[in-house]
Write a protein that binds this ligand. Structure first.
Ligand code: SF4
Ligand code: SF4
Length: 310
């Protein structure tokens, strides 16, 4: 069993993942951001205004907007609209229940009009399992939200409007095979609720923050780390998302990925914040701040914000 994570380096950057605020209308058990309605950290308009400039300068292909509930940042729409004329995929990591909060009723139409890709968590197709992890009432709201999105054209075959779902295990285990689970999800969700989506991404739970506290409380944290290290798969190293991604926090600080951002774990090299990035002209080929939580990305079929790696 590997005991320390191998050295890895960044490559050329094609994705910017920005966390524009920790506030969320939910407070899920597995949340690695510790988000909840009481969090107040929020990316300012001044910092958000730098994002289109960075995208242009580095020819970024994907902007992945996350939170919290990213839509709760009052400048979320302004950011999306400011990128209208740039050739870029915009992903909104949406929790679906936000559509039913006061003041967000027009959000589905806005996302559809601007062809924003929606990536949404639905950790199971069974109500009981979803609500165990994400809270009571979340499952029915999520299904109703997907119905609204389907009616707008999201989640259909040959559509320009992409709706992807995210699965993460309820128990401290590795996710099952992504392809097979996607087929099961599609079958059950269509048969039971007549809803459709494009892709299912399986993600391994990251043992940091709230999820690590939860595992500690149940006495399972050490065993979970062992499981991740025991299932280390060398093949996944080449596809790790941190190699081509910069993760930006609400204050404009730069990390290798959203997980390292939550741990405040910075690479010793490379640009430290968005202002430095704007003037950055060196190669991105610098060492990534990898520690033992990284085994969650390499275990089994691998894991990233875009699902399994192999
Ligand atoms: S919806 Fe997402 S960001 Fe909000 S608490 Fe749940 S996992 Fe965290
Ligand atoms: S947690 Fe995963 S994505 Fe982040 S630095 Fe480690 S291997 Fe890379």
């Amino acid at each position: 069993m590997k005991t320390s994570f191998p050295n890895i380096k960044k490559e050329s950057i094609d994705t910017l993942q920005i966390n524009i605020g920790y506030k969320c209308n939910q407070a899920c058990k597995h949340c690695h951001v510790n988000s909840s309605p009481s969090r107040t950290e929020m990316m300012s308009e001044k910092i958000l205004d730098l994002i289109p400039k960075i995208i242009k300068k580095f020819n970024i292909k994907t902007l992945d907007i996350t939170g919290g509930a990213p839509e709760m940042n009052p400048n979320f729409k302004k950011l999306v609209l400011s990128l209208k004329n740039q050739d870029i995929n915009i992903i909104d990591r949406c929790n679906l229940t936000i559509f039913f909060e006061k003041g967000y009723e027009d959000l589905p139409n806005f996302l559809a009009e601007n062809k924003v890709i929606i990536t949404a968590s639905l950790p199971c197709y069974e109500k009981e399992n979803v609500e165990k992890q994400r809270g009571s009432g979340v499952f029915d709201k999520s299904i109703n939200a997907i119905k609204i999105l389907n009616n707008l054209g999201y989640g259909k075959t040959n559509t320009e409007l992409e709706l992807n779902l995210v699965y993460n295990p309820i128990n401290p285990t590795l996710p099952p095979a992504q392809d097979k689970l996607e087929k099961d999800y599609k079958k059950v969700l269509f048969e039971k609720y007549k809803i459709t989506f494009n892709k299912l991404y399986t993600i391994t739970n990251m043992p940091i923050n709230r999820y690590a506290d939860f595992l500690k409380m149940t006495g399972e944290l050490e065993k979970y780390f062992e499981l991740l290290a025991k299932n280390f798969n060398q093949q996944n190293l080449k596809n790790l998302m941190c190699k081509k991604t910069l993760s930006i926090d609400w204050e404009g600080q730069i990390y290798d990925c959203d997980f390292n951002q939550q741990l405040k774990l910075k690479s010793e090299s490379g640009p430290k914040n968005l202002y430095e990035l704007l003037n950055y002209s060196s190669s991105f080929n610098y060492p990534i701040a990898a520690k033992n939580h990284c085994f969650a990305c390499t275990a089994g079929a691998g894991s990233s914000c875009g699902g399994s790696l192999s």
